[in-house]
Ligand binder design. Structure first.
Ligand code: ADP
Length: 382
């Protein structure tokens, strides 16, 4: 159980011996107490110091408890008020609650009743404070997230132009180095690196909200088998140096979905690329197309025999920039085992698939492998 909140109480009671007995009672229950002799005195003390809770007698000279309650609530509505009343004047207690009092205690006051009412009130104050803190943390997180997005958008925008210029001039230089073996090799390295940088910027650009994968993008009826064939050709080139068994089980008929070809290709390629990246040489990657004609769904199942993903990270991997592994892997090439990435591939894939009215489901066992399944609505053959 969570620890009891030690609420700070202001006690307003005009009779000194009664006041002292209440103080002893509250102290014995673990609350800190300060006292005031009447409503006026109480309001002054309340203005000077932070109290969570006022316990006031209803029947008092100078200013009665009801008026004191009204003024306290006007001064600070977050301060809780508990009224003490004689049994004969219980209607007044009910009236006080209608005016915003938290609860009432009847005379003669019993320690057990006081304990229950004060603890209930302290718990409510604690809950409200924690809620308030959570709200503040949430809004701070939102601000930080907005700042991060703004930073990505600006950086991205600023990077695109110089990279396009660089690429343009490099292409011109390409013709000049055609006959120089050594220069041509340097040229290829620069172009390769530049194209990796451009890919990265492109992915960030997609994510940073420049391009929304609105559903109107997904208009073309296409066969997933064909699309996978294209993805497989690209993957074989990208991962030509890796020793991984790669198998695709196409569906025997057309598996039609409605989508934007290049976006869907990008989404599925991210999954297959990851399957290669997170599988050691000697392992396997299998892609399989299935149909559930009754439910009208097309499945693309990408399974690997790789490192797997811990259960508690399965949701996090779809967050932009989230990576399970530490940053050291960034020093290696993108196509190496666990090679560098920036953690946006899956968030992109998820946005793309969801914008085509589909979903991605993942199952994984650490050290055994992962299976990512894309589920899309099936289109009927015309
Ligand atoms: P990146 O691959 O660029 O790091 P992604 O968004 O594609 O970013 O993936 C996020 C993280 O999810 C990866 O860094 C990795 O930790 C984990 N992950 C994704 N796919 C797999 C997979 N097939 N096997 C194991 N881990 C994976």
């Amino acid at each position: 159980m969570s620890e009891k909140y030690k609420a700070k109480i202001l006690l307003i009671e005009d009779e000194s011996d009664v006041r002292e007995s209440y103080e002893d009672m509250f102290n014995s229950l673990g609350f800190s107490v300060e006292s005031a002799e009447n409503g006026m005195d109480g309001l002054k003390k309340l203005a000077k110091s932070d109290f969570d809770l006022v316990v006031t007698d209803l029947h008092m000279p100078v200013m009665d408890g009801m008026e004191t309650l009204r003024r306290i609530k006007k001064q600070n509505k977050d301060v809780e008020v508990i009224v003490i009343t004689g049994f004969a004047t219980i209607e007044n207690a009910i009236k006080a609650m209608k005016q915003g009092a938290f609860d009432y205690i009847t005379k003669p006051v019993s320690l057990e009743h006081v304990r229950i009412v004060l603890n209930k009130c302290a718990q409510q104050i604690k809950d409200r404070r924690e809620n308030q803190e959570l709200k503040e943390i949430n809004s701070r997180l939102q601000e930080l997230n907005d700042l991060k997005n703004k930073f990505i958008t600006i950086t991205n925008h600023e990077l695109r132009t110089p990279m396009a210029v660089l690429k343009g001039y490099m292409e011109l230089l390409g013709m000049e180095v055609e006959d120089h073996e050594e220069l041509k090799e340097y040229y290829n390295v620069i172009m390769g690196t530049l194209s990796e940088m451009m890919d990265m910027v492109e992915n960030m650009h997609d994510l940073s909200g420049f391009q929304k994968f609105a559903s109107q993008n997904h208009k073309e009826v296409l066969d997933i088998n064909e699309l996978l064939n294209e993805v497989s050709k690209e993957i074989k080139i990208i991962f030509k140096n890796r020793n991984i068994r790669f198998k695709i089980d196409f569906y025997e008929e057309k598996a039609l979905v409605k989508a934007n070809r290049s976006l869907l290709k990008q989404g599925i390629r991210e999954l297959v690329q990851n399957a290669f990246k997170f599988t050691k040489d000697g392992g396997s990657v299998t892609v399989c197309v299935k149909l559930d004609k009754v439910k009208g769904q097309v499945f693309v199942v990408v399974a690997d025999s790789g490192i797997g993903i811990p259960n508690d990270k399965l949701k996090l991997i779809f967050e932009p920039f989230y990576e399970v592994q530490d940053v050291m892997h960034h020093f290696s090439s993108k196509t190496d085992f666990m090679g560098g990435g920036i953690g946006v591939g899956l968030s992109l894939a998820k946005e793309i698939i969801e914008s085509a009215s589909g979903e991605i489901v993942v199952e994984s066992t650490p050290q055994e492998g992962s299976t990512f399944t894309v589920i899309l609505p099936m289109q009927n053959v015309a």
